[in-house]
Design a protein around this ligand. Structure first.
Ligand code: SF4
Ligand code: SF4
Length: 473
């Protein structure tokens, strides 16, 4: 059984786009100097080699899928082929979100060896009007059919939009002729409209909207009607572990787009990556991309229908009996990432939830039995590492939280380190981040999201064990 251990949304620093779709909410201007070499060099903080060596199966804990898109056309990102090729060489799967008109780049993927093509998927965004206006319909069709001929999975997807309403019949006839099936439909949504209809961007009534786009018989469109308003705030979310968002330009990793940093994958690469779940601290009122965060990653296990599989949103059976998805991609799209992870202990969930709620400034209540379980597990873990006395690095909200937890666990906090060391009043010594304390068996870094930056600096001034607050349970 092949599946994906983590689904990683990967944002690459694209410079612009070769199309100008009317409804584009990403980027349409300022990309005229796309071939400026100096700019290209300044986009990524790290070399391709460094990025690929940081993203091994070993560091990530398993085979992942990198869902790659840019703020513009993905295939116009400098080094995009080299990055994808490196990730495939590492053993991962790649999904590329593309308008599929950059033939020169697509040809490079077609020439990859079969073993790599088996782990490759193109989400071909279908911008009918713009393709027609630029006389690129044939380019789009021939690129996608070349992917299919060379054993690369793809899916054609149109965003529902009013601009194309008068041409829908023509569009349907064209896609059926070229690709043997109708495109899938992603409902164009307004992020500012919550709750009931109209949450979708349209001038149509709800009934007209549904009837119009339902003609495509796309399970993706049907699903979006149900998943959009499901409450989830009381559920433990595993985004940050089963899935997450990586900024390829810097290595910063988030649980979800718009959330706070969890770690940096490209710093401190001699150590494993420390993933942390969002827990019950999701700052959003709804899960904005449930169709992959939930259906493919399985981030929340209770609120979402476990029987829906992601492959339904991507595959089509063509009139000649062939399929858009290859068998290997169909198989991984038939599973959720959650199937491949061991469940967290209830103490670990309680503890991580407390950390994340503190990070997001949310109130949290822990019942006494759960709290005792947490202190018991922390004591067991630290004693097994021969740690009895610790220094806490960072005495903000999380530092103060673990100060109490550690003391209640019978682990003595003997000193603090903090850049505000002159202002902090405590009964124990408080050091600056540059001064290594003599006390303690280990330093626990409470600022877990900056651990990759802090730990190497601490290693230069002390030989004590250095742990992230994520590691102590
Ligand atoms: S192809 Fe995508 S990024 Fe480019 S203009 Fe159209 S919607 Fe925007
Ligand atoms: S509930 Fe959805 S939006 Fe919120 S953190 Fe989890 S995956 Fe992200």
């Amino acid at each position: 059984m092949n599946g994906i251990y983590r689904f990683i949304n990967t944002n690459v620093p694209t410079l612009g786009c070769n199309l100008r779709c009317d409804y584009c909410y990403i980027r349409q201007h300022g990309d005229e100097d796309i071939l400026d070499i100096k700019k290209r060099d300044s986009l990524f903080k790290y070399s391709v080699e460094h990025m690929i060596s940081a993203l091994t199966v070993e560091r990530l804990g398993g085979v992942c899928m990198f869902n790659i898109s840019g703020s513009g056309e993905t295939l116009l990102c400098p080094d995009i082929f080299e990055i994808c090729e490196g990730l495939l060489r590492n053993g991962h799967y790649i999904a590329i979100i593309s308008n599929c008109t950059v033939t020169k780049e697509i040809e490079k993927f077609i020439r990859l060896k079969q073993e790599y093509r088996d782990r490759l998927f193109f989400k071909a965004s279908f911008h009918y009007q713009e393709l027609k206006r630029r006389n690129l319909l044939n380019t789009y069709a021939s690129n996608i059919n070349a992917l299919k001929k060379n054993g690369i999975a793809f899916s054609i997807e149109i965003v529902s939009n009013d601009g194309v309403l008068s041409e829908l019949e023509e569009l349907k006839a064209w896609t059926e002729k070229e690709f043997g099936a109708l495109p899938h439909v992603l409902a164009g949504r307004s992020e500012t409209k919550l709750g009931e209809f109209p949450k979708f961007e349209t001038c149509l009534s709800e009934e007209e909207f549904f009837e119009t786009w339902d003609e495509f018989k796309s399970p993706l469109f049907d699903y979006q009607y149900t998943d959009y308003v499901l409450p989830h705030n009381d559920e433990f979310c595993h985004a940050g572990v089963y899935t997450g968002s990586l900024e390829m330009a810097t290595g910063v990793f988030f649980a979800c787009p718009g959330n706070k940093k969890i770690t940096n994958m490209f710093e401190n690469t001699e150590e494993p990556i420390r993933f942390a779940p969002m827990a019950k601290a999701c700052p959003f009122p709804y899960c904005f991309c449930g169709f992959f965060l939930q259906v493919l990653a399985g981030a929340c296990n209770e609120s979402y229908n476990p029987n829906v599989v992601f492959g339904e949103f991507r595959d089509r059976k063509c009139t000649d009996g062939s399929h858009w998805l290859t068998p290997s991609i169909k198989e991984v799209f038939s599973h959720k990432c959650s199937e491949f992870h061991n469940p967290l202990t209830s103490a670990k969930k309680t503890y991580l939830n407390a950390l994340m709620k503190k990070r997001y400034g949310m109130e949290n209540e822990i019942n006494i039995d759960e709290y005792n379980e947490v202190t018991k597990e922390i004591k067991y873990k630290l004693k097994s590492l021969k740690i009895d006395k610790v220094v806490i690095y960072g005495y903000g909200g999380i530092g103060q939280l673990i100060y109490d937890i550690l003391n209640d666990a019978g682990i003595e906090v003997v000193a603090l380190m903090d850049k505000r060391y002159k202002e902090i009043e405590a009964k124990i010594p408080v050091y600056s981040p540059e001064d290594a304390p003599k006390e303690g068996d280990a330093i626990i870094v409470s600022i877990f999201y900056d651990y990759t930056e802090i730990a190497p600096k601490l290693r230069n001034i002390t030989e004590k064990k250095i742990l992230s607050v994520i590691d102590i349970i």
